[in-house]
Design a protein around this ligand. Structure first.
Ligand code: GMT
Length: 378
């Protein structure tokens, strides 16, 4: 099948899912065409069956805001026509679903039929999407999508509640390719970060407000007062100044290692003992799944789709949003002795197996087949 994938290429879970899905489909022989404004960050090498089409917006002085959606729509029209695509799969509704819908209409006027699937990732519904500035456009484009998927049951329910949507939404959870995790990682040396039996906590995110990175620091501060510990922060974003300020107030900066945005965090995950994700809301929590695939238990909040991934008392623990005392207590329990930590590690990995791409990919392929079959009926 020839599939066009539209996504955000920058750091963020939706772009990671779109890229990893494209790579897995390409390995199965599908022809994948990424349509986006820059090279997806996990796709910086040559791969057979993968093609890339860049969306560029001309910088005319009249524009205070560049009309990206129009440029994307025109690019989709061009790629569908000239590459003969069978299907479009857009990740993150804004503005990808409405661009795909517009492209579909334009192509229909030229007797070219292109169905599109919209995958919802989270903030496109729970934060940005519910903003009246976007809501009617998103609702309409979801109703008009040939299929809609969401990455968790929680996000499916949120979408129906927020948009009063009639459209059926299929839940296809996020995934990892476990084969990529079962290899030797030796680029990162644990001793360079933690010595004399110190434990390593780790947090990975885009450092937006919704991630509550300040809670990461507060939990870490409580844990390190009871057990020798280091904290590795992976990623960066708008909350950075607040984090720097808080680590000075708590006097924890000396025990925190910030490594910035890392395209593939497996190496740094390989030296960590505990992952912490205290988000306000999280439709799935792909970063937590990636940690679990590296045998790392998870301390998270109990919001959104996190309970569909993290099993309380088994693969880690969940607490109410903002309850840093409970998170610290749970972290200390997991790190209390080697045997407990090993048990949590093993169970985290076992849970990650449920989300291996070998189990999830077929759901996407089945949906593609249904949507493309309907195309034949048109
Ligand atoms: O975090 C965001 O603002 C957007 C988005 C992204 O591109 O990273 O994150 C969402 O999509 C991920 C992939 O499906 C999910 O794992 C994240 O839970 C979700 N983020 C939120 O819901 C906050």
């Amino acid at each position: 099948m020839k599939i066009g994938i539209v996504c955000y290429p920058t750091f963020g879970g939706s772009g990671v899912v779109a890229t990893e899905l494209g790579k897995a489909l390409a390995l199965k022989g599908h022809q994948i065409h990424f349509i986006t404004y820059s090279q997806p960050f996990r796709l910086s090498y040559f791969t057979e069956n993968i093609f890339y089409h860049e969306v560029t917006v001309s910088d005319y002085p009249l524009f205070e805001y560049q009309p990206y959606e129009s440029a994307l729509t025109s690019k989709i029209v061009d790629v569908v026509k000239h590459e003969g695509l069978d299907l479009l799969h857009v990740h993150y509704a804004i503005p990808h679903a409405s661009a795909a819908l517009m492209a579909k209409d334009i192509l229909a006027s030229q007797n070219v039929y292109i169905p599109f699937i919209t995958t919802l990732h989270g903030t496109d519904i729970t934060l940005v999407g519910r903003d009246p500035a976007f809501l009617p456009v998103i609702k309409y484009s979801l109703e008009k999508s040939d299929a809609v998927t969401s990455v968790s049951e929680s996000l499916r329910k949120d979408t129906i509640d927020i948009f009063h949507l009639q459209k059926e939404i299929e839940v296809i959870p996020n995934f990892i390719d476990l084969r990529e995790y079962n290899v030797k990682f030796d680029k990162c040396s644990r001793h360079r970060y933690a010595t004399n039996g110190e434990k390593i906590m780790i947090h990975i995110s885009n450092f937006r407000k919704v991630k509550r990175v300040e809670d990461v620091l507060r939990v870490f501060d409580k844990v390190r007062k009871k057990t020798p510990c280091k904290l590795i922060l992976v990623g960066d974003g708008p909350e950075r100044p607040n984090i720097d300020k808080l680590c000075r107030e708590l006097d924890t900066c000396g025990d925190i290692i910030s490594v910035g945005k890392i395209a593939d965090p497996k190496d740094v995950l390989s030296i960590a003992d505990l992952f912490i994700l205290p988000s306000e809301t999280e439709s799935f929590g792909l970063a937590a799944l990636e940690a679990m695939a590296m045998k790392i238990p998870v301390i998270s909040t109990n919001t959104g789709g996190l309970p569909e991934l993290n099993i309380n008392g088994v693969t880690g623990y969940m607490s109410n949003v903002g309850d840093v005392d409970d998170m610290a207590k749970n972290a200390l329990h997991i790190l209390s002795d080697a045997e407990t930590l090993t048990k949590f590690r093993e169970r985290a990995y076992k849970r990650a197996e449920d989300f291996d791409i070998s189990k999830i990919l077929k759901d996407y392929e089945n949906l593609y087949n249904i949507v493309v079959k309907n195309k034949a009926l048109v």
